[in-house]
Design a protein around this ligand. Sequence first.
Ligand code: FAD
Length: 317
Amino acid sequence: MKVTDHIALAKDTLISFEILPPLKGKSIQSIYDHLDPLMEFKPSWINVTYHRSETMFKKKGDGTFEKVEVRKRPGTVGIVAAIMNHYQVDAVPHFICGGFNMRETEDALIDLNFLGVDNVLALRGDAAKNETFFEPEPGGHRYAIDLLKQIMRLNDGLYLDDDIRDGGKTKFCAGVAGYPEKHFEAPNLEIDLQHLKDKVDAGAGYIMTQMFFDNQKFYNFVEACRNAGINVPIIPGLKPITNKKQLSILPRIFHVDIPTELSNEIMKCKTDADCELVGTEWLIQQSKELKQFGVPVLHYYTLGKPKVIWNAVKELI
Ligand code: FAD
């Protein structure tokens, strides 16, 4: 079922989770072990992130280095199909522009359609590790909106090969990313919001946000979206802080602020277990307030911490 249909039919705030594909060499069982306890909360869907390959330098026997492409977390389509089959729950693959040309994207979308997957989160992806700025693949997309438009064209039965007539129409519900604290490359929030509105006008069914730790930033973002004429559901993405290093890592990678009250409490912690307790309490408080605000869904980035997420979500039901 489409994410937008889940939301339209909901009688209460929905719950959804996000996972990373397993590291290469690990089995699908590692995903089930991660998800099993969380399924008790009857999530409406599970998101699966996408990770492009990295260029690395591998030392050879003669002491010289060889440039190699390493894909640490392969796949998304297979994991999504496995999750849907194993748990009878919807799964949402993240699709990115980076590293794909349009033909590869189309082939992957056709596979998803054959597997009965109704949802995709359409993203640009970040610059590859060896690049300063995002560079599209030759024959690929520069912005998420271009990927989204390709998905919408397929929904209209329009394939890249123009000799395909009366092509089967897919029925993907596509979500897009939004940034309560602005995407780091956008010159200001207004321009970022205009690009977000363009994605919604191009057919995005909902917005899923970057993580944030100050709910006021989310409330302001929702208000700014509504004022800009963006009327689709906005789903908050939530993540707990679980160690001190994240106080500098999260702002650096995700360009988000950590409120002083939270950073002060984390700084006082002596162990990671103490940090987890503080992070869990903060997450519970954030979730309760967002629920009261009337968000359609609470979406949790589980990222290797299913127990912390379990402890938080059990306080909500
Ligand atoms: P876009 O919407 O293309 O925007 C990128 C930037 O370009 C923004 O600054 C925007 O304002 C600007 N822009 C957009 N359109 C135009 C235009 N026409 N002209 C000029 N500027 C424009 N990354 C992964 O690699 N894998 C994942 O699984 C993944 N999951 C994510 C899930 C969520 C909920 C979020 C919020 C992010 C996720 N990301 C993921 C990270 C995402 O790929 C990066 O944040 C990326 O830098 C931007 O992606 P986007 O889809 O927002 O891009």
